[in-house]
Write a protein that binds this ligand. Sequence first.
Ligand code: 3PG
Ligand code: MG
Length: 421
Amino acid sequence: MNKLSVNDLNVQNKRVLVRVDYNVPMEDKDGKMTINDATRIQATLPTLRLLASKGAKIILAAHLGRPKGKREPSMSLRPVAAKLSEMIGKPVAFAEDCVGDAAEKAAAALKPGDILLLENVRYYNEEEANDAVFAEKLARLADVYVNDAFGAAHRAHASTEGVARIIARRGGLCAAGLLMERELHFLGRELEKPARPFVVILGGAKVSDKIKVIDRLLEMADSILIGGAMAYTFNLAEGFKVGKSLSEPDKQDVARAAMKKAGERHVQFLLPSDNLIGTPVDTGKVNKKGKPVMDIQNPRTTQGRDVPPEAQGLDIGPETARRYCEVILKAKTIIWNGPMGLFEDPRFAEGTNAVARAVAEATAKNGAKSIIGGGDSVKALNKAGLGDKVTFMSTGGGASLEFLEGRVLPGVAALSDKQHE
Ligand code: 3PG
Ligand code: MG
């Protein structure tokens, strides 16, 4: 990476604005917002410890949820300040506002090594609009900018992009944090000359979400294994029946084009040869969004690729899991993005779990580099207790997908180039 690193900075006694991705899952427990998974907080500790040891005054900016410019109390970052303090083992100050008096006073009170977390930047519409005046207000808080928010780097927002441009324009340095560097290394550099075989496992609901990634990885991989509801669009395109499975009938040509490209490039392109299915039955209830709640009954395995008209495909079948695992176990480089089925329901988790076990085994026994592309696959791997058995798990969801597509992330593009120093 030719971007400046936090390692290269001299920040003694300087105010450093650090953008972090603390968009963590939270839940209301007895009227108190509680953090369900602190992985994203944990992942920033190396950068924060490094900056503190260099004598920086650390000012953290982050978003939580999508409050759309309103001060939505359930989306306050205050509980995150408490959690971070507990995890890093020292006080973390909190400012009720991310710009203006409250923020400026709190920032001015910092001593070298101190940490301040600003309130949710998305309490202002100007954040997502990348408003220049708002970005200027953020920039007023700092001398130096560090972006460690890989998970939000695909957003060109004021705290991820605009503020860096302003600080750079007035001669301040803008560097990548250690987490940002690790993410860019594993999802980028590490895949430039992959050890082979290079196996890509893609799941999730929609072909339309993943087609650009498929297209790019078809140029790099030896094998692509498809699972999740996405597989049913490919099945439709090949003339099989999908019953009530989620599918995108209007994306069949996209699916066909991907399979054609795989053929031309001699990439092994595998689709499920059997399915775990269930029969959705209307419970008569509706969910919060007013959609009917379905109960899935009679889980069973299909012989072959067709799904009967009353049923829905919800996981890869056992024969498919066996075929996929065979390929995964021979891999030297693995990318996995997206579960194989509805893994949140234990009845439809086996395909995803089998893949998770195979990825872990290939890593341990075969020395494979296994890179997990964030979101649901990380959740599934952690649920299977295998989170520490892979080479790298991304903290990004959308960001990791966009980066794997080969797109330039605005949050990265805005950082200073290395030769700047
Ligand atoms: C995420 O959780 O995907 C990132 O924090 C970005 O959040 P967003 O999708 O609301 O921009
Ligand atoms: Mg998102």
